[in-house]
Write a protein that binds this ligand. Structure first.
Ligand code: PLP
Length: 391
């Protein structure tokens, strides 16, 4: 069982409990101030990098406005996210279109709105960009290792082999686009810092090849996301990630020749800002002698906890009775819908107090990323997740 002071100081925790007071569960409380602290920390750790917030982690207007005011850039996954960030008054020069899967008409839409920085990983998409976003800056996403040490891997679907990426950069040049740089994503919640080392070695090889063989000087490396949030499993502090990544870069490039660096944090910026508050609906056992209790809460995979699929992301779970409990036992945690996939944790072996009762509150910590945007619209008739913002 966790202790709440591992995650919050008393004043920080009080903000969440105050916002939760008297409100109908389930809902997510987001402390915007915690996002601000994380953003400033990232800027201090990478003072020369450009931060493009990966909007999909939490595309809420409140979060976008905050980061826009702090000077962040944005990476959008769709024209809908693009509209959202433009509506917040962010100039198109601060926005990249990082999704490699997009319709030709969406490329045109983004270009008409002023976006000039596009990711790609295929010839068909590149040709669309050449036609509908002429002259734009292109970065090609490469496939990298790291899926076995990332808790939410993003492998296979995105990126291409470095040799193909080189072909695409050459083709971009021939099509009148600017072959601007290379991107990768080592997988979300990446526990192994060395994953960036492997990826950057591939990038260095490509930079050298393009210069020596094609006389094209690439200008930018996009290191993607993957930086961790504070879940149950142990990770290095973000400072260690920053030190190591900067060391890999300085081994490959001289100071006066350092490419522009883009970072696309999502989870690490907003994860720690959220606490999902739920009630226990039912506690039962499957037989008289069953050692495990089944604890059903009024949140589940369809109210924002989709990243518990395969028990991938292990959220810290807190209930006030942990402070006084004298005995704990293993539980299975499941959601409220009539879908048997709606089980959050069965194998992980979460421990909750034996004193837990129906109607008690369960707090899901570190739920600021990939929760509200993933919540279903009306599966089983349940409404989308309610969100409260505090600062
Ligand atoms: C999802 C995504 C990110 C954010 O990744 P995190 O691990 O949440 O930081 C960054 N870049 C791209 C292209 C993404 O698709």
């Amino acid at each position: 069982m966790i202790k709440i002071d591992q995650y919050f100081d008393p004043a920080g925790w009080q903000k969440f409990t105050q916002a939760a007071e008297g409100r109908e569960t389930p809902f997510l409380v987001v402390d915007l101030n915690r996002i601000k602290i994380k953003y400033n920390e990232m800027v201090n750790l990478f003072p020369t990098a450009k931060i493009h917030y990966a909007m999909k982690a939490s595309p809420a207007v409140e979060v976008i406005n905050l980061l826009a005011d702090l000077g962040s850039n944005f990476d959008c996954a769709s024209v809908y996210e693009l509209d959202r960030v433009l509506d917040s008054g962010v100039d198109a020069s601060r926005i990249s279109y990082g999704n490699t899967i997009k319709k030709a008409k969406d490329v045109k839409y983004a270009y008409d709105k002023g976006v000039r920085l596009y990711a790609t990983d295929s010839e068909a998409d590149l040709k669309n960009i050449a036609e509908f976003a002429p002259g734009s800056n292109i970065f090609v996403r490469i496939l990298v290792e790291g899926s076995d040490t990332a808790e939410w891997p993003l492998s296979r679907k995105f990126g291409c082999h470095p040799n193909m990426a080189i072909d695409l950069l050459i083709q971009a040049h021939e099509l009148g686009l600017v072959p601007y740089g290379i991107s990768f994503h080592v997988g979300s919640q990446q526990r192994d810092v060395a994953a960036w080392d492997d990826a950057l070695a591939k990038v260095k090889y490509m930079f050298d090849w393009m210069l020596n063989e094609e006389h094209i000087k690439l200008q930018m490396i996009n290191l993607g996301g993957g930086f961790p949030a504070n879940y149950l499993s142990e990770v290095n502090p973000i400072q260690v990630y920053a030190e190591e990544v900067k060391r890999y870069l300085s081994e490959d490039y001289n100071e006066d020749d350092m490419p522009e660096i883009i970072l696309e944090p999502g989870r690490s910026l907003v994860g720690g800002s959220g606490v999902l508050v739920s009630d226990v609906i039912l506690i039962s056992r499957k037989s008289q002698t069953d050692l495990k209790r089944w604890v059903y809460t009024d949140v589940g995979l369809f109210q924002g906890l989709i990243e518990t699929l395969g028990e991938a992301i292990k959220y810290p779970i807190y209930t006030p009775k942990m402070e006084t409990s004298t005995s704990q036992g293993t539980v299975v945690l499941a959601g409220p819908t009539c879908d048997s996939a709606d089980i959050m944790y069965e194998e992980t072996g979460y421990q909750l107090p034996q004193e837990l009762e129906i109607g008690d509150k369960i707090f899901w910590l570190t739920t600021g990323a990939y929760t509200n945007s993933y919540s279903s619209v009306e599966f089983n008739g349940f409404p989308p997740l309610d969100v409260v913002y505090v600062d």
